[in-house]
Design a protein around this ligand. Structure first.
Ligand code: XMP
Length: 319
């Protein structure tokens, strides 16, 4: 794509001009926006960039390792891998109110990011993957989450507090242009096409109290579900798909025995921007096969349901 190629060169020049020989830090979430921001900055200023990847214990199966190894080992970026699972899960213990859970996660994320950023010597800039739509309107979601798409990983308010200036190289771009730029920068297509993943992570897919047991079960079930979607060639038709683990155990039979395990819900929606959404019309064969696989392969789940709520009136996430 020659236009993106040209855009890339201009963006790189602008970054070099703005940053000079100062150091830049970037909160890397593994999402498309922060990934493209990091890759672009790395191409522009190399080792003057340090990324911080926070593992809050609410990531999907293999996610942290995949993201850290891609950026660190394959792309040679400096990545601080902040393993703060105990901190986040400890503070979340016993909390079941959705807004409280979000506030705890958002607040801790800022604390943790600041702690690691303070250790990076001579940092003068904070890089953010703000897109053009974020610039022209501040996005808010129905269902009233207090931590919106941007306030979580874009560490709102922090730059001033830490005396950092902002670098926002994607400010003029729409999502599809960001993807094209990511492609230009050599990010793998599988990475660029990933479904969005919310900052609070699995916390909002685990309604009620969060336990390590539930998170482990959820991660396994989600991995089977996404594998099914990929195998059936449906991944790119779907805006977002995930499993939510329900705060209820139900009775089942397996072999000669009675089971008493968690129920889960599959969610898959089509959408243009996440503001409205329709549930995805899977075939009954697909749903049946997926339910069977999850129950056979995931210890701890004995019942699978499919969420057929559109947005509105539902939200995409469960909390
Ligand atoms: P809802 O559930 O409000 O989600 O229909 C709309 C889109 O936003 C994502 N989402 C979030 N992303 N931090 C994020 O970074 C959040 O707190 C958050 N809440 C929802 C959700 O995954 C969907 O794509």
């Amino acid at each position: 794509d020659w236009t993106m190629d040209a855009y890339k060169d201009i963006a790189i020049e602008k970054i070099r001009e703005q940053v000079g020989d100062s150091h830049v830090i970037c909160a890397l979430s593994g999402g498309v926006d922060s990934s493209v921001t990091a890759a672009l900055l790395h191409e522009a200023i190399g080792d003057q960039l340090t990324c911080v990847f926070v593992d809050h214990g609410l990531l999907r199966k293999n996610e942290a390792d995949d993201v850290v190894s891609m950026f660190r080992d394959n792309m040679n970026l400096k990545v601080i891998y902040a393993q703060e699972q105990d901190l986040f899960l400890g503070q979340l213990e016993g909390q079941s109110d959705p807004e409280t859970k979000r506030k705890i996660i958002g607040g801790l994320f800022i604390d943790v990011f600041q702690k690691y950023a303070n250790e990076i010597e001579g940092a003068k800039f904070l890089a953010q993957g703000t897109l053009y739509p974020d610039v022209i309107e501040s996005v808010s979601f129905s269902g009233g989450p207090s931590v919106t798409i941007k306030s979580h990983h874009n560490v709102g308010g922090l730059p001033e507090k830490m005396g950092l200036k902002l670098v926002e190289p994607l400010r003029e771009l729409f999502k599809d242009e960001v993807r094209a730029l990511g492609h230009e920068l050599g990010l793998p297509a599988s990475f660029i096409g990933r479904h969005p993943f919310p900052g609070p992570g699995l916390a909002i897919r685990c309604p009620g109290e969060i336990t390590r047991e539930k998170l482990d079960i959820l991660r396994e079930a989600d991995a089977v579900y996404i594998d099914q979607i990929r195998k059936h060639g449906l991944y790119d038709e779907i805006w977002q798909a995930f499993v939510a683990i329900l705060p209820v155990r139900t009775v089942g039979v397996m072999g000669d025995g009675r089971t008493y395990d968690f129920a889960c819900a599959l969610r898959a929606v089509t959408s243009v921007d996440g503001m409205t959404a329709d549930y995805y019309p899977f075939s009954h064969d697909f749903l049946g096969e997926t339910a069977t696989r999850i129950i056979n392969e995931v210890a701890g789940i004995n019942r699978v349901t499919y969420d057929i709520t559109s947005k509105p009136p539902g939200t995409i996430e469960w909390e």
